[in-house]
Design a binder for this molecule. Structure first.
Ligand SMILES: NC(=O)C1=CN([C@@H]2O[C@H](COP(=O)(O)OP(=O)(O)OC[C@H]3O[C@@H](n4cnc5c(N)ncnc54)[C@H](O)[C@@H]3O)[C@@H](O)[C@H]2O)C=CC1
Ligand SMILES: O=C(CO)COP(=O)(O)O
Length: 333
């Protein structure tokens, strides 16, 4: 078995490295922070991004991308979506010619509206049949302590999906394969936007009826966009769609939910992001998701409302009244 390289040693990159190591793989974890790489090697810890978790000895930290990538048959990318292209492009010559590249990222690139599988393929020069995406109800802090969960491993190439599923499946992490890459990626990106909306509502003091309404109508609008982009409607009812909506919209561990909650309590966007810490992808991806929707003539009212709030075009108190004032209609996608 070849080693696995994980690029990005944040909360999820480090946790996924642990998942792989617990599944028996040798893992090289590339970090841009020398202190993180040193702590992984010397203390088997990453206190900066994943505090309190002991990491297996099978994970080696490095700041040298060549050392991480040499001989790696699987390369996992866990870098925030908006900086992924710039971070990955210089690494293209270092990727092994037959390596499978896995995106763990849940966002859509601003200004290009590209999905992360497209960003990875373009920036690393890897063909679509060697790209895999992993998405599901996967809150890093729960998985890092071994709580059971499932995920979806998606690729247009079934062999590549199986390779990655075999590499990461262990006693607490259960992967299901899927060939609907576009659908799985949209699930991951749009659920973050809906989690912002639910967080806002809960921060304003609203309860579970409001949350359930946003989650369910969020599912409808993410499905509508997905179908317009060629995804299968049933993908959105699966783990990466409904499953991750439940996890992200309900858990205080979600950074997107937390940013939303701070906004609902009256903090400014900058204050909400600072008070949350970590990467809340929905803040920027809400804008690229809405642009994608506009290009395809798809209506996404909750996403539009979140964009209006995070761009400062609408006060947070107006989000609910705006959504409820929309014309009545029949239920359905
Ligand atoms: N944390 C979680 O529970 C989950 C996160 N994800 C997704 O994984 C991706 C990464 O998220 P986290 O690891 O949680 O973020 P994080 O905020 O914990 O860590 C971000 C990591 O990216 C690195 N980084 C930032 N800018 C960089 C650059 N320009 N070049 C190289 N490295 C850079 C940081 O050094 C850090 O290691 C996001 O797309 C997120 O939506 C997906 C599932 C679960
Ligand atoms: O994607 C996640 C859970 O599946 C993590 O959500 P946050 O990025 O909102 O923390």
């Amino acid at each position: 078995m070849t080693p696995v390289a994980v690029l990005g040693a944040g909360a999820w990159g480090t946790t996924f490295a642990k998942v792989l190591a617990d599944a028996g793989r040798e893992v090289r974890l590339w970090s841009r922070e020398a202190s993180v790489a040193a702590a992984v090697n010397e203390q088997h810890r990453n206190e900066q991004f994943l505090p309190g978790i002991d990491l297996p000895a099978g994970i080696t930290g490095t700041t040298d991308p060549a050392a991480a990538l040499a001989g790696a048959g699987i390369v996992v990318v866990a870098i925030p979506s908006q900086v992924a292209r710039g971070a990955l492009a210089p690494l293209a010559p270092l990727i092994e010619p037959d390596a499978v590249v896995v995106s763990l990222m849940k966002g859509v690139e601003l200004s290009t509206d590209r999905l992360m599988s497209e960003v990875v393929a373009e920036s690393l020069g890897v063909p679509e049949d060697r790209i895999v995406v992993v998405s599901g109800p996967n809150l890093a802090k729960e998985i890092a302590v071994g709580q059971p969960t499932a995920t979806v491993v998606a690729s247009t190439n079934e062999d590549a999906a199986r390779l990655v599923a075999t590499a990461c499946g262990n006693s607490y992490f259960r992967p299901y394969t899927n060939d609907d890459v576009v659908g799985i990626e949209l699930c991951g990106a749009v659920k973050n936007v809906i989690a912002l909306a639910v967080g806002i509502a809960q921060g304003m003091g609203y309860g579970w009826n409001t949350a359930a309404t946003l989650i369910n109508r969020g599912l409808v609008e993410m499905t509508r966009l997905g179908v317009a982009l060629g995804a299968r409607a049933e993908t959105f009812a699966g783990l990466a769609g409904m499953g991750d909506l439940v996890a992200t919209c309900a858990s205080p561990l979600s950074r997107n939910h937390t940013v939303g909650s701070h906004l609902g309590q009256g903090l400014s966007l900058d204050e909400a992001i600072a008070a949350t810490g970590g990467t809340a992808e929905g803040v920027k991806s809400s804008q690229s998701v809405l642009e994608l929707a506009a290009k395809h003539g798809v209506e996404m009212p909750i996403t539009a409302g979140v964009v209006a709030v995070v761009t400062g075009a609408m006060p947070v108190q107006d989000l609910g009244p705006m959504l409820l004032a929309r014309p009545q209609k029949a239920e359905g996608v």
